[in-house]
Design a binder for this molecule. Structure first.
Ligand SMILES: Cc1cc2nc3c(=O)[nH]c(=O)nc-3n(C[C@H](O)[C@H](O)[C@H](O)COP(=O)(O)OP(=O)(O)OC[C@H]3O[C@@H](n4cnc5c(N)ncnc54)[C@H](O)[C@@H]3O)c2cc1C
Length: 266
């Protein structure tokens, strides 16, 4: 994977294109998937395992996602994106972890999902933010929606890599185990009584965090406004734009757009 310069002339609201690491990533495939397993990993985190022909031989980079086309109501469909937590291209299966919240189309689908259920229209792998092989150190910051991508990336790091992650979850029971060959420190922050998408926890922790020496890469995904604040904090501390890959995964009080991306009200 070769990181190259951020895309020139990208629309400013497209954080991924404006700030993400663009590499030689595998082209997306599409097809149908079948739900092979459903496991609750914690009070607000549900793992869904898919099987499907297009997952056989799937090439993907940790940090990438699947885009599921799901029913919004009786008539309309919406796209919703979920990071690949792990995939086994030999067995033709992949896992996603869904944060259970509210009553949006994806949350509803995940609540009601049944073994053997077909998801007829899935595209992946999607996404351009993945590990920067040139980084001296890696820092991951995000809320629970970034847990699956963060753990997938941490697990893919080689033994010589140095990494740190700050992940906010609703409660201690939502914390997940990590197995990585890298030298990695994973710190869990608990939201407690705060609303999801409140910036305080992650922002205050980042303000106190000492960054290692050398040229590192910071990967951020969270509620859109929180992701922007975290990115701005790092830029204000002197990191170059190319060192920070930030993306809003959802936006407080507003459904993601039909294409699965969060948008700020204009
Ligand atoms: C590239 C990418 C990868 C992603 N990977 C994951 C992943 O691995 N796991 C995961 O759980 N999510 C992930 N997300 C986020 C997920 O796609 C959004 O949370 C999405 O909005 C959920 O769709 P929905 O139909 O349930 O809610 P929507 O219809 O989008 O929104 C309905 C309401 O729910 C609120 N809402 C949406 N998400 C949350 C949340 N997390 N917590 C609290 N309130 C919320 C909205 O503010 C809105 O008020 C990812 C997003 C992107 C763009």
């Amino acid at each position: 994977m070769t990181p190259v310069a951020p895309l020139a002339g990208a629309p400013s609201e497209d954080l991924e294109a404006a700030l993400g690491v663009q590499g030689q990533l595998p082209p997306p495939q599409s097809g149908s998937l079948v739900v092979a397993d459903v496991t609750d990993l914690g009070p607000s985190l549900r793992q869904i395992r898919f099987r499907g022909r297009f997952l056989q031989g799937l090439r993907w980079a940790p940090g990438q996602d699947l885009m599921l086309r799901l029913p919004q109501d009786g008539e309309h469909m919406v796209n919703r994106r979920y990071s690949i937590r792990r995939a086994d291209p030999y067995a033709g299966r992949a896992d996603i972890n869904v944060v259970m919240h509210g009553n949006g189309p994806a949350a509803r689908w995940a609540r009601e999902v049944r073994l053997g259920q077909l998801v007829p229209d899935v595209v992946g792998p999607r996404g351009k933010i993945t590990l920067d092989p040139a980084a001296d150190w890696h820092l991951f910051i995000g809320d629970d929606t970034y847990l699956p991508a963060t753990l997938a990336m941490l697990e893919a790091l080689p033994p010589a890599a140095s990494a740190r992650a700050l992940l906010e979850v609703g409660a201690p029971e939502d914390e997940q185990p990590l197995e990585t060959a890298a030298s990695a420190e994973l710190e869990w922050l608990h939201r407690g009584a705060s609303e999801p998408g409140a910036p305080e926890g992650l922002v205050e922790r980042l303000e106190r965090l000492r960054l290692p020496d050398g040229r590192g890469h910071v990967y951020i995904a969270a509620e859109l406004r929180v992701a922007l604040r975290l990115r701005d904090l790092l830029l204000a501390r002197g990191l170059a734009r190319g060192q920070v890959s930030a993306k809003g995964y959802w936006v407080r009080g507003r459904p993601n757009a039909q294409r699965g991306e969060p948008e700020l009200p204009s």
